[in-house]
Design a protein around this ligand. Structure first.
Ligand code: NCD
Length: 430
């Protein structure tokens, strides 16, 4: 299947980190010509890009990736050693990343796209077994980690909840971790206590990935969030440096925003507007971490005020299950992110994100469903990105990322061209 020209061009702009103007100059064409090639196929103004330009763009991107790879490997060795923690190939916190290493991980995620989009299969992890240990509610994190491991040819063993694990019999984290390490080659762990995944990780030498530790961190979610932001901004011809990012909702207990603000802070000159109900503000130590690289941080309890001119809005669920005596006073419709307020306050090309699940119950005031058919809503594209990003995490931690490209074979079945009924070209499926 040929790659749609729009997808090829957008991917190229993102990978090269160039705006439309700079990209047009880089490939030696007029900005106007580039714009017509980027229009959706079938629209009146859209034009087919000459084949020679397509080949040139592919060549530039490949050369750039090779140069970056050689430069990085020559200076510093494999990515997994550079992001290691306590000399182990584990992923516990986004603090393990620099801007360079996070973008290197995303190059691996890009390589995984043909597999995630069900065009190719790979068996680089054949024989490897993943232990998915989830001691807290989960749908997408558990299943997408499992699916990512399977799509690289591995197998998955799951355990969910305390009730059906030996922890209900009083087993310690140390014992559980050491015993599981004898059975599996990597573990993903989600646990309600902050710091508990690090305790699991200390009791083993196999790769451990933090799938969420209480109100602490959720590094793989933040990585897929950042990957989504970069991909979406590239589609829109925008750069993340200098953007206005709004985080709204429960910023005190939401672990996804805790990890994401630290990752975003690796970029330059962002404006962060943090909107929360009173008492659920972003913890002070994270504000301090994000206050570097020329970022501006504003805090407010007023959503309408906070959303003015936003390039990206990241809404979150109120984490009532983690409340320690707090009450949710005054958390009413005015806190709900929905079509009306987005139309009124944000930049027209804003993207709206949410880690999901969104609380759709009456009176919850979580992200409204009235944006469901709106291209500005990126939540399903965001969730889809969980697969290539988690595949990249496993490939890097297990040291097989260099084998993936040559291991790919065509799929034998025919997947639907768009996986969701409302998906459009914006989903990057082709
Ligand atoms: C989040 C989590 O578990 O922290 N969900 C997820 O992993 N995508 C967000 C939440 O539960 O609100």
């Amino acid at each position: 299947m040929a790659i749609a020209q729009q997808v090829l061009l957008r991917d190229a702009m993102r990978r090269l980190n160039l705006t439309r103007d700079l990209f047009a100059a880089r490939i030696g064409v007029k900005r106007r010509a580039l714009d017509t090639w980027l229009l959706p196929e079938g629209s009146q103004e859209s034009r087919a890009m000459p084949e020679v330009v397509g080949r040139f763009v592919t060549e530039i991107v490949e050369n750039d990736a090779l140069l970056q790879k050689y430069a990085q490997t020559a200076q510093t060795g494999p990515l997994r050693d550079r992001i290691a923690i306590d000399n182990k190939h584990q992923l516990l916190s986004v603090d393990q990343f620099s801007r360079e290493s996070v973008e290197e991980l995303f190059q691996v995620a890009d390589q995984m796209q043909p597999i995630a989009r069900r065009q190719k299969v790979s068996r680089v992890l054949e024989g490897a077994v993943l232990g998915n240990l989830f001691f807290e509610a989960s749908t997408r994190t558990r299943v997408s980690f499992g699916a990512a491991f399977c799509r690289l040819g591995g197998s998955v063993c799951d355990t969910t909840g305390f009730t059906f694990s030996s922890m209900a019999k009083g087993e310690s984290i140390y014992d559980t971790s050491r015993v599981m390490s004898g059975y599996v080659d990597a573990m993903v762990i989600r646990h309600p206590e902050q710091g508990s995944v690090a305790e699991f990780a200390a009791a083993t030498n196999i790769p451990v990935v933090n799938g969420g530790d209480g109100a602490g961190e959720h590094p793989s979610q933040a990585l897929l969030d950042l990957y989504t932001i970069l991909t979406e901004f590239s589609r829109l011809g925008k750069l993340l440096d200098g953007a206005h990012v709004v985080m709204a909702g429960d910023l005190k207990y939401g672990r996804t925003v805790h990890s994401l603000i630290k990752l975003l802070a690796l970029y330059r000159g962002l404006k962060f507007t943090l909107v929360s109900p009173p008492g659920l503000e972003m913890p002070a130590h994270l504000l301090e971490k994000a206050g570097c690289n020329g970022h501006v941080i504003e805090q407010t309890h007023d959503l309408q005020k906070g959303l003015q001119g936003a390039d990206m809005v990241y809404a979150t669920r109120v984490q009532k299950e983690r409340f320690a005596g707090e009450t949710l006073e005054g958390y009413d419709e005015a806190f709900q992110v929905g079509r009306g307020i987005i139309d009124r306050c944000c930049a027209p090309d804003v993207i709206v994100m949410h880690p999901l699940p969104r609380d759709s119950r009456e009176g919850a005031h979580d992200l409204s469903t009235d944006l469901n058919h709106d291209a500005r809503l990126a939540i399903f594209r965001q969730a889809d990105n969980g697969i290539p990003v988690r595949m990249a995490i496993f490939a890097v931690l297990l040291g097989v990322e260099g084998l993936v490209q040559h291991s790919m074979r065509d799929v034998t079945w025919v997947p639907p061209s768009h996986i969701g009924p409302d998906d459009s070209v914006f989903h990057g499926m082709y």
